[in-house]
Every structure is written in structure tokens, then in C-alpha cells.
Ligand binder design. Structure first.
Ligand SMILES: Cc1cc2nc3c(=O)[nH]c(=O)nc-3n(C[C@H](O)[C@H](O)[C@H](O)COP(=O)(O)O)c2cc1C
Length: 195
């Protein structure tokens, strides 16, 4: 059987982003576990803010179709999201909204999300590490009938969480990362076998 394929999507475009950094850390763990990992930037999938009139006039933008196909080509997805005012940032929410509007062949809306394993992580320089945005993301994705795995990682005080070799330095963070990665792999493997 070919390698398990996992897609990693950071929810920030910022240079020096804590979430892009955490996505890279998680990616390294996944690679070490033998997974075939693709990390993308949502900057390569530019999308206007969702507008039903725009959709009616010009259809779903090509980057949304590309993003949907990218998801469809992977057995599982890891989202690594900043928290903006207790919620996921517009960049990520808007991408999810557009993905749910793509319909290829006779698929129902949001088909690509259904049953697909997702794990969630966040990083913030604050005490809660973006945990509130993960609650909302969990709700949003569950509403789209994705399989959101229980283990997650919210990295508090992200600006102080790494050592000088760019590795997570606190045991609790490392344990949360390992548990999340392990569970994503297990669930994605199980669901792949049932496909
Ligand atoms: C509009 C806005 C709202 C924010 N709200 C929160 C928040 O609710 N909780 C939090 O921990 N950080 C909040 N932050 C701080 C972000 O966590 C911080 O900017 C973080 O570095 C963004 O992620 P990034 O480093 O991956 O770009 C907010 C930042 C912005 C710009």
C-alpha cells in the first residue's frame, strides 16, 4: 500500500507566523512517522471573500476548486490556525466556505469534507494558545461532517515555546503534538481502509 498522505494547512500568511512554525514542527513529526506530507500556503489559493452574487455571476473561483482537489488527494488534514478574537481567521474560514461551494460531477456540496479526518492545532503568544478558535473550528468542521479527531494542540506562549535548535522545549507541548500526530495517522489509516 502507498504511504499515507496528509495535508498540512497553516491559517496564517504572516512572515514569522507562530502557526506556520508550528505547522513545520508538526510536519517534521509526520515525516518521521513515515507519512507523505504536503504543506501548502493559503497564499497560493487566493480567494475573494465569499459572496453569493459573485458565485452566481462567475462560479466558484479556480483556487477553490484547486484547494478542494488538494484536500481530496490526501487521507487526512492538519489545520494549524491563529486565533482572531476567539475565532478562526477569515483566511481559513473563507477557504472552508468556498470549498463547501465546489461541486464536481454530482457531488453534494462539501462532499470532500465528509468523513475526512482533520486534526487541529493553534499557536498564540497568549496563555490559551488559541484554544477558543479550536473549539469553533471543531464546530465548523463537524457541521461539515468532517471527522475531527479528539487530540489537538494549542501552543501557549508560542514565542517562548522553542529551544535554540527550533524544537519545542516543553514536555507537555511535545506530548500533545505526538498524541495529535499519532491519532491523526491512526484515524486516517482506519478510514482509508474502509474507503
Ligand atoms: C484581529 C486579531 C485578533 C486577535 N485575537 C486573538 C485572540 O482572541 N486570542 C489570541 O490568543 N490571540 C489573538 N490575536 C493575536 C494572534 O494570536 C497573533 O497575532 C498571532 O501571532 C497570529 O498568528 P500567526 O503568528 O500565526 O500569524 C489576535 C490578533 C489579531 C490580528
Amino acid at each position: 500500500m502507498s504511504s499515507l498522505k496528509i495535508l498540512v494547512i497553516p491559517g496564517s500568511l504572516r512572515s514569522g507566523s507562530h502557526n506556520v512554525r508550528l505547522a513545520a514542527t508538526a510536519m517534521a513529526e509526520l515525516v518521521q512517522a513515515g507519512v507523505d506530507v504536503t504543506r501548502i500556503s493559503l497564499g497560493d489559493f487566493p480567494l475573494p471573500i465569499y459572496d453569493a452574487d459573485l458565485e452566481a455571476d462567475s462560479g466558484v473561483p479556480k483556487p477553490a476548486l484547486n484547494l478542494k482537489r488538494m484536500l481530496g488527494a490526501h487521507h487526512g488534514v492538519l489545520l494549524v490556525s491563529p486565533e482572531y478574537n476567539s475565532a478562526p481567521p477569515p483566511l481559513l474560514k473563507n477557504a472552508i466556505d468556498w470549498i463547501t461551494r465546489v461541486r464536481e460531477r454530482d457531488e453534494p456540496p462539501g462532499h470532500v469534507l465528509r468523513g475526512r479526518p482533520f486534526s487541529l492545532a493553534s499557536a498564540s503568544a497568549g496563555r490559551f494558545g488559541g484554544a477558543r478558535c479550536l473549539m469553533m473550528l471543531r464546530l465548523i468542521l463537524s457541521g461539515c461532517r468532517a471527522t475531527v479527531i479528539p487530540n489537538q494542540l494549542s501552543l501557549s506562549f508560542a514565542d517562548q515555546a522553542y529551544d535554540d535548535r527550533d524544537r519545542l522545549k516543553h514536555g507537555a507541548d511535545i506530548d500533545m503534538l505526538n498524541a495529535m500526530v499519532r491519532q491523526l495517522i491512526d484515524v486516517a489509516q482506519q478510514m482509508r481502509q474502509h474507503d
